[in-house]
Design a protein around this ligand. Structure first.
Ligand code: ADP
Ligand code: MG
Ligand code: MG
Length: 904
């Protein structure tokens, strides 16, 4: 049997189901599933994602040939179910052609509605519905969408306007109307003629009248849209592989634009911003498709409660609200009840918050889409915990529902409560995506990087603005509701957003924003509160958020399942404290070089470097000893009861000497030597490739007195604390080991020094002695190195650098291009390269444990806080990961998820 490329659904039957997302895309799989559970969905069919790949390989003609028999049968099936005929003049079947990838990519690809219309069919529809306005409104929409998407008339640059929009504006202007719904039948006919004329002038061809020609054109355009730049960018941002492809859904149209008993809208089973269990959404009467999110008309709330809340925020009087913007609950109470039943059913079925699209055609409700709704980090946490409390999901499922990196949003600042009281509220919009943001305003998305912290201010945003929205700290729009493009995208990104602030007058040309007579120029500071919708003048101070409640419960739950512990990378007692509050159990990497820079210390450090004899160096090091000891005491105390891994001096010495003439002169004066002596020393320290140069344990092996001093400082600090009753647990780590001997010589010095200090103080403590594994040779000979080491810590920054042969500091010139071209999937300095670097990590761990079964193993590179890398560390069998303080909660969750997935 040949391969099945088309899956039909309709009237309570479906060939597909929810778990076939890979093949049918998210939208198609759920359309099938909804049919199976008795939700009213217009009939249709899905062309699989595999065909998209075939299309890219074989080209259009071959794919049409392959699809034809199945598509013709599927269309027949819709005809039977709807009692219409595709391509007929009197009783035509109209369809939508919709894209739908495996992972939802809202608004990223193109949809065409009302396909099947032409000059004859429009009359048939008018006669059949008895509604000429509706027929021509559908037709003008179709010609525009088909022209933009299939005939390629949508402009690519931001300066150009859509040719159809331009005609629309002109017609509205001459007719003196503002809303689409105010146009007459004659106006709509006029529009269609002008649209078709524009098609002819721009493409040199007549608008296609044959329904089949329209259909094939639209299907191929959807496949093409997988490769459009905004879809490509969205995939990059969300780590969606290019090779997945999109499915195409063809579905009988239902019409929300058939008059006052028709409507269209979107709804969420819970609040996507806060996670509260509040059904909500927006709708418009006599509207179609994207009207609700397009921002051309003000959408109305679905629930009365939501409507009242909206009116209050917008300062709309109750009289005006009830007459002009009533809720669906008020205008169509029966249908509202039906929608509530469906909404409950869908959430109970999918056991997660649903984001739905619906259309009401002459009093009948249809559901056009459902998916697990995008949400903020806060909503993600609350919804998972609520569903757990409602016993709808179990603990493991609750953990797996969370996206670790999204916890980050909860750790970000909110406005300082004192500063905010003094701040001046300029305007109020809708609280589209929570959090606080302050920044300098820009008016174009591609200029978002003009300032270090920018706010993107737009009349409304569109998918083209995605990249800039990602760069900006916050987004402010003048138009659009809670489900506008800006709002939905911002929530997905976890970015603060205020939408629909009607008081804003934006002049793109002059690059100004006017609010009640006050003019703000590009670069002026504003602040946004995405949780209340308030817009403030100037820069308002922010502060750390509160981390109790559900956030704490999530981390407790993570603790219950996790196998690895999470440590932090911290060089100061303050960072150690922050990380401890986030649940870090120890320090995986405490760098000591930062301790040499402040005040008097750098002087002693330079004196040490300039000294030409061992004696001279020892004298200078003796001055550094008390500083180091004091620093270690602070850090060990902050982490009392947990291990603290201290790395001995790592960077090359040239980082500590002055390179500018003026500072060299100052140093010469201080040291009482000539500037030539300084210069000569600085020159002698210069290296061509310092990353591979005189650093790490190479320093300790050439100047053993440095290792000696640092070991002494660590052990003395621990003993001093012990005397005070503090449980200090030092772990001394030698950096950049490549050979056993290299490590052994350092280990000998450290052990001897420790014994000396124990004898002096007449007391002992336990300490561990280990090394970083960050040179490929160390991983390859890990079995040998483990004979001398108590622990390994994979320094995956250097290990990545040396395995790839990429200098981390110079990689910026080519890495972005490599990622763009698909040579690399990710930046290997952010996401651990499991295929290559990962092999060394795995081998190093296994070899190390082959000679020392109880060898403690961890990771301390940037990757220790990146979820996919944390999962990898779990599979390799590490004891811990270590990451920067603010990533500790993310790593804890990722570690728990890895454990849960592992034994499922
Ligand atoms: P997106 O993936 O961008 O959301 P969709 O394919 O869901 O695109 O469709 C865009 C809009 O058109 C949505 O509002 C959807 O509800 C509407 N729509 C799609 N198909 C139909 C249909 N058969 N009848 C009525 N409206 C439809
Ligand atoms: Mg949709
Ligand atoms: Mg290193």
């Amino acid at each position: 049997m040949s391969k099945k490329r088309v899956y039909t659904f309709g009237n309570g039957k479906a060939e597909g189901k929810a778990d076939m997302k890979n093949l049918l895309g998210g939208k198609g799989a759920n359309l099938a599933e909804m049919n199976l559970i008795g939700v009213p969905v217009p009939p249709g069919f899905t062309i699989t994602t595999e065909v998209c790949t075939e299309y890219n390989d074989l080209g259009r003609d071959k794919v049409v040939e392959l699809l034809k028999p199945e598509v013709e049968k599927a269309i027949e099936n819709i005809e039977k179910l709807t009692g219409t005929k595709f391509g007929d003049a009197a009783n035509p079947l109209l369809v939508s052609v919709r894209s739908g990838a495996r992972a939802s990519m809202p608004g990223m690809m193109d949809t065409i509605l009302n396909l099947g219309l032409n000059d004859d069919a429009v009359k048939g529809i008018a006669a059949k519905s008895g509604n000429e306005w509706f027929a021509w409104d559908s037709y003008r929409r179709f010609v525009q969408m088909f022209g933009d998407v299939v005939l390629g008339m949508k402009p690519e640059s931001k300066e150009e306007i859509d040719p159809f929009e331009k005609i629309m504006e002109e017609v509205k202007h001459t007719r003196g109307v503002e809303l689409d719904t105010d146009l007459t039948v004659e106006d709509l006919k006029d529009l269609v003629n002008k649209f078709k004329a524009a098609v002819k002038t721009q493409t040199g061809r007549d608008f296609p009248t044959c329904a089949w020609e329209q259909l094939w054109g639209a299907v191929m355009a959807v496949f093409d849209s997988w490769g459009n730049p905004r879809a490509v960018y969205y995939r990059r941002l969300n780590n969606i592989p290019d090779e997945w492809g999109t499915a195409v859904n063809v579905q009988a149209m239902v019409f929300g634009n058939m008059g006052n008993t028709s409507a269209t809208g979107v709804a969420f089973t819970r609040d996507a911003a806060t996670g509260e269990d509040l059904f909500n959404g927006e709708y418009l009467i006599n509207a179609q498709g994207e009207d609700v999110v397009a921002g051309t008309r003000t959408p109305q709330e679905i629930t009365k409660e939501g409507s009242l809340r909206w009116a209050k925020l917008q300062s709309v009087s109750e009289e005006e609200r009830a007459s002009k913007f009533p809720s669906l609950e008020e205008t169509m109470p029966e249908l509202y009840k039906e929608l509530r039943v469906v909404e409950q059913k869908l959430e109970d079925h999918y056991k997660d918050m649903q984001d739905m699209e619906f259309t009401i055609q002459s009093g009948k409700l249809w559901i056009l889409q459902t998916r697990n709704g995008k949400r903020t980090g806060a909503a993600m946490v609350k919804i998972a915990m609520d569903l757990l409390r409602e016993s709808k999901i179990d603990e493991k499922t609750a953990l797996l529902r969370l996206e670790p990196s999204k916890l980050d949003e909860l750790l970000h600042p909110v406005f300082d409560s004192v500063a905010i009281r003094a701040a001046n509220v300029l305007a109020k919009g809708l609280p589209a995506s929570p959090g606080a943001a302050t920044g300098q305003i820009v008016f174009f998305a591609d200029e978002a990087s003009k300032y270090e912290t920018s706010l993107l201010v737009r009349i409304e945003t569109s998918p083209e603005d995605l990249e800039g929205m990602n760069i900006a700290r916050g987004i402010l729009t003048a138009r659009g509701g809670m489900t506008s493009h800006a709002a939905v995208v911002a929530r997905g990104m976890g970015k603060c957003c205020v939408s629909g602030a009607g008081a804003l007058k934006i002049d793109y040309k002059a690059r100004t924003l006017t609010i009640e007579g006050k003019v703000f120029k590009e670069g002026d500071w504003l602040s946004l509160n995405g949780s209340t919708g308030e817009v403030y003048e100037g820069k308002v101070q922010t502060r750390k958020p509160d981390l109790s409640g559900d956030f704490g419960l999530i981390l407790e739950l993570a603790e219950k399942f996790t196998k690895m512990s999470v440590r932090t990378n911290a060089d100061s007692p303050k960072d150690a404290q922050v990380a401890r509050e986030f649940g870090a159990k120890g320090i995986g990497l405490c760098r000591t070089e930062h301790m040499f820079f402040e005040g008097e210390r750098i002087k002693a450090m330079r004196e040490m470097i300039l000294a030409s004899t061992t004696e001279g160096r020892k004298r200078a090091l003796a001055k550094l000893l008390p500083y180091q000891r004091e620093d270690f005491e602070g850090i060990f105390e902050a982490m009392a009861g947990y291990g603290v891994t201290v790395r001995l001096l790592d960077p090359p010495l040239h980082e500590f000497v002055p390179h500018q003439l003026s500072t060299q002169r100052e140093l010469a004066e201080e040291m009482g030597v000539t500037i030539d002596v300084i210069k000569a020393k600085v020159d002698s320290l210069e290296e061509f490739n310092p990353m591979l140069g005189h650093r790490g344990c190479r320093l300790g092996n050439t100047y053993p007195e440095i290792t000696e001093m640092q070991a002494r400082a660590i052990i003395e600090a621990a003993l001093n604390l012990k005397a005070k009753g503090v449980d200090a647990r030092p772990e001394i780590m030698v950096p950049l080991t490549g050979t056993l001997k290299e490590f052994k010589l350092q280990a000998d010095i450290i052990r001897a020094t420790a014994e000396k200090v124990f004898a002096e103080k007449n007391d002992r403590i336990d300490y561990l002695l280990g090394t970083m594994i960050e040179i490929p040779r160390a991983a390859l000979t890990a079995d040998l190195i483990a004979t001398e080491a108590d622990f390994f810590s994979f320094g995956t920054n250097d290990l990545t650098q040396m395995t790839f042969g990429y200098s981390r500091d110079d990689a910026g010139t080519f890495l972005p291009i490599y990622i763009d071209k698909g040579i690399l999937k990710h930046d290997p300095f952010q996401v651990l390269d499991q295929e290559g670097v990962g092999q060394l990590v795995k081998m190093g761990t296994e070899k190390g444990r082959s000679t020392k079964p109880n060898l403690k193993v961890g990771i301390c590179g940037e990757h220790g806080g990146e979820p996919s890398s944390v999962e990898f560390c779990h599979t390799v069998g590490m004891d811990y990961v270590s990451c920067s303080p603010y990533r500790v909660p993310i790593a804890r969750l990722a570690a728990a998820q890895a454990a849960v997935k592992g034994n499922k």
